[in-house]
Design a protein around this ligand. Structure first.
Ligand SMILES: NC(=O)c1ccc[n+]([C@@H]2O[C@H](COP(=O)([O-])OP(=O)(O)OC[C@H]3O[C@@H](n4cnc5c(N)ncnc54)[C@H](O)[C@@H]3O)[C@@H](O)[C@H]2O)c1
Ligand SMILES: O=C(O)C[C@H](O)C(=O)O
Length: 329
């Protein structure tokens, strides 16, 4: 193998998402089956021993693509030369909490990590924030990294996107592979808006095929938006394997491109499109090509959608004000 390995930094490596993520990164599911990787694991001091144990297990898999594992509790070391950074390390919510309740607990993690990315990452760094509240944590990291192009900071709404695809597939009795152009708008929170008005089911308009406004408003949207809480209720712990899977999907699509005739959802810095205030990290429909993404333009937004997008964007604005107040941006 002659290709230069890609440095992938994963924070929270000893956590439950980390455990579901690392083995699949090392086996080629993040970047591709022909791309060698070096893993850089960041943990807090209490997590280092468990991260070492995970690294031992990674060694024991003898993954042909895995060309090294470094472990550190220093962000300046862990992000040194990073090409891809998965910011997972943060506290998960527990039963009865909203993700925004974690802002104070987790917000402080992302400012020093953003600065370390600014100072040490490779020029082509791509950042995905998974730790909640993901959109606003991405904003905090980005604000601390003024030398990195702002579009390199993204937040994960791919789990919501995947959840919505399955709900729509099940409702219409269609395989998930037949669902296209679904969109998650706004925040990775209970206010997110999964939009099927432009989606397709086997090439036909999804809203027309469903033709059931009550299901849309009272079942589909709340099921997707509150799925994280339902998983916590059922499992007693927040989603892990599905979150890791979505993180792999997010980066894989960003790097390798969306399929012709489809798009995906990513939390990205707004350029003002669709009336989302510039700079907020909000979820949009995007296409990707050659490692870059573009917001899908020109979609007609009906009143039902507009109301829901605005509500989620309002929450993002409130979170931005809150972190401003905490001195995090
Ligand atoms: N965006 C999404 O769709 C999505 C989905 C699932 C979970 N999440 C979020 O991902 C985060 C992680 O979830 P989890 O279940 O893996 O949690 P976990 O508690 O199992 O693991 C978190 C790990 O992060 C480590 N950590 C804490 N602070 C750190 C720091 N400053 N630097 C490096 N590591 C640090 C902890 O030691 C721990 O090992 C939570 O905030 C959770 O809410 C987001
Ligand atoms: O809901 C949570 O707190 C975890 C995660 O964000 C999820 O959507 O499953």
């Amino acid at each position: 193998m002659t290709r230069t390995p890609v440095n992938v930094t994963v924070t929270g490596a000893a956590g439950q998402i980390g455990y579901a993520l690392l083995f699949r990164i090392a086996s080629g599911h993040l970047l591709g089956a022909d791309v060698p990787v070096k893993l850089r694991l960041l943990e807090i001091p209490q997590g280092l021993k468990a991260a070492e144990g995970t690294a031992m297990e990674l060694d024991d898999c003898a993954f042909p693509l895995l060309q090294g594992i470094d472990i550190s509790d220093d962000p300046n070391v862990a992000f040194d030369g990073a090409n891809v950074a998965l910011l997972v390390g943060a506290r998960p919510r527990t039963k009865g909490m909203e993700r925004g309740d974690l802002l104070e607990a987790n917000g402080g993690i992302f400012k020093p990590q953003g600065k370390a990315i600014n100072d040490h990452a490779a020029d082509d760094i791509k950042v995905l924030v998974v730790g909640n509240p993901a959109n606003t944590n991405a904003l905090i990291a980005q604000a601390a990294a003024p030398d990195v192009p702002r579009e390199r900071f993204t937040a994960m709404t791919r789990l919501d996107h995947n959840r919505a695809i399955t709900q729509l597939a099940q409702k219409t009795g269609t395989p998930v592979s037949e669902i296209r152009k679904l969109t998650i708008w706004g925040n990775h929170s209970a206010t997110q808006y999964p939009d099927i008005f432009h989606a397709e089911v086997a090439g036909k308009n999804a809203a027309e095929i469903v033709n059931d406004q009550t299901w849309l408003a009272d079942t589909f949207i709340p099921t997707v938006a509150k799925r994280g809480a339902a998983i916590i209720e059922a499992r007693g712990a927040s989603s892990a394997a599905s979150a890791a899977n979505a993180a792999l999907d997010h980066v894989h699509t960003w790097v390798n491109g969306t399929a012709e005739g489809d798009w995906t959802s990513m939390g990205i810095p707004s350029d003002g499109s669709y009336g989302v205030p510039e700079g907020l990290i909000s979820s949009f429909p995007v296409t990707t090509k050659d490692g870059a993404y573009e917001i899908v333009q020109g979609l007609e937004i009906n009143d039902f959608s507009r109301e829901r997008i605005n509500a989620s964007v309002k929450e993002l604005e409130e979170e931005r004000e809150a972190v401003r107040g905490l001195g995090l941006i």
